[in-house]
Design a protein around this ligand. Structure first.
Ligand code: NDP
Length: 457
């Protein structure tokens, strides 16, 4: 947590991200760290008006769990500025005003990606305040080439250490628990390899359908929205080599190290799968066919369920499939990691059945952990049965956006995505995007509320 006061300027203050995730996340952070000194400034293209902004801030902070007197205090001092971030003169004046307070400055780009890119282009031509931090939202480019261009642009404005690319999955307590679980327990790290692990599944399914987000989602789809960013990063965190210390240089080096070794299974993009939901029932309510949802263009062939398998080609993981899957309108809302261990190398004779291989399930939301072990069957000494040891992990009081903001406000990029990582993420999946746009992978269908296309099972 930063002890120094910081000016946090949210560009795109009237948008969905600010309202739904960023301000409530800040609320949880303020509740956990009441001493945090944030000078909050909101800016957007249209003039929201200072009173309306202050009201929004107060409500959203309380929504995040911030105590009402603390929320009121911040809401009473926050300012709103009408600003076109693509106008160089307006940006110069805005930065000069922020700099006047003498605090470290964070510009949080909660803007449409194309507008963010133009705004960074504007900053390139300005004298930016020393130490200026830039917080950038996903998507980071639209492919490897555009990610490289965006990174070149960003680093022409400020050094990499002052760039915070946000992926809120890195702020999820359970995702970070992967590191504690593995390196804090004698029993896990020695078996965290291809000798002992047969396959890994990293899943982010949800029962929610489009929920009015066609404007964004129909242009993205499950592969770009979830797998290209969040799930590949979770895979890297799962698989990385042991860090010497939990600092940003070490951890982010090792994330990129794992990503560099990651490739599509058999280098074949056509082994990926995609599907789109048709009308069905979820929790007793009818979910319409995806293509009939308002704002959806059926000709885009946007997938609502995607699956890709990758391999990490190093001596720890070669030959282990990591299957990544994410979708909407599914019968299961499971989000988490399933680790299937190999069977034991040898069973003494006399046991009457095979011991089921160990399984570990790490739930990301809700936060759970379960370990399936073989035990002697009840009342039957030489028959195995499976016993599950399970626990619910306590929910972190700080929401993922709060964790991410904590790093940004204190100037620690540990939980932010480094530029070279964003390029690797595209490098791994660009061939899949190409194969899909060339029609080399069929777009299957599944009934909303099912577990996916029946042929996939
Ligand atoms: P919205 O469309 O809801 O909001 C966009 C904001 O940008 C508005 O405040 C708008 O102001 C402002 N804006 C647009 N053009 C300008 C300009 N020239 N100058 C100043 N302000 C401008 O977008 P979201 O909040 O949904 O998304 C923002 C970013 O966050 C995107 O990069 C998105 O990919 C990312 N993101 C969003 C998530 C979400 O759940 N919403 C989740 C994860 C990432 P005005 O209204 O006045 O035009």
């Amino acid at each position: 947590m930063s002890a120094e006061p910081v000016t946090l300027a949210i560009l795109g203050a009237s948008g969905d991200l600010t309202h739904r995730l960023l301000l409530p996340g800040l609320g949880t952070l303020l509740r956990a760290h009441p001493g945090l000194q944030v000078d909050l400034v909101g800016a957007a293209y249209d003039d929201l008006g200072e009173d309306a902004w202050r009201e929004r801030v107060g409500e959203a902070l309380v929504d995040g769990g911030c105590r009402s007197e603390q929320a009121r205090a911040l809401a009473s001092t926050t300012r709103f500025r009408q600003l076109d971030v693509t106008d160089a003169e307006a940006m110069r004046a805005f930065l000069a005003e922020l700099d006047g307070a003498g605090h470290a400055i964070v510009l949080y780009f909660a803007l449409p990606p194309a507008v963010t890119q133009r705004a960074i282009g504007v900053l390139q031509g300005l004298d930016v305040p020393p130490g200026l931090r830039l917080a950038i939202e996903k998507p980071f480019g639209t492919g490897l080439h555009s990610a490289q261009e965006l990174n070149d642009l960003l680093t022409s404005v400020v050094p990499e250490q002052q760039i915070f690319r946000v992926d809120h999955y890195l702020g999820k307590a359970t995702v970070l628990n992967l590191l504690g679980l593995r390196f804090g327990n004698r029993i896990f790290e020695p078996v965290w390899n291809a000798v002992n692990i047969e396959r890994v599944e990293i899943i982010a399914d949800e029962a929610l359908a489009l929920e009015g987000r066609a404007g964004y989602y129909d242009g993205a789809g499950a592969l770009k929205d979830m797998i290209q960013s969040h799930l590949l990063l979770v895979t890297a965190l799962f698989a990385l080599e042991e860090p010497a210390s939990m600092d940003e240089l070490e951890l982010r080096d090792l994330i990129v190290h794992a990503l560099r070794a990651m490739h599509l299974w058999e280098d074949d993009p056509t082994q990926s799968r995609r599907a789109r939901y048709t009308e069905g029932q979820i929790d007793g309510r009818t979910v319409p066919d995806y293509t009939s949802e308002e704002g959806v263009d059926p000709d885009r062939k946007t997938e609502t369920l995607a699956e890709v398998t990758v391999e990490i080609r190093n001596s720890r993981w070669a030959g282990v499939p990591f299957r990544l899957r994410s979708g909407k309108a599914l019968g299961s809302g499971f989000r988490g990691i399933v680790v299937k261990f190999r069977p034991v190398a040898h069973l003494p004779s006399g046991f009457r059945n095979e011991a089921a291989p160990n399984m570990m399930v790490i739930g990301i939301a809700p936060e759970t952990i379960a370990l399936g072990i073989a035990t002697n069957g009840e009342g039957s000494r030489w028959d195995f049965e499976q016993t599950t040891l399970s626990a619910n992990l306590s929910e972190s009081p700080v929401r993922p956006y709060g964790e991410i903001l904590d790093g940004i406000l204190s100037g620690d990029p540990l939980l932010s995505v480094r530029g070279d990582a964003t390029e690797e993420l595209w490098r791994i999946l660009d061939p899949v995007f190409e194969a899909w746009s060339d029609g080399r992978v069929p777009l299957d269908e599944y009934t909303a509320g099912s577990y996916g296309p029946t042929a996939w099972n």
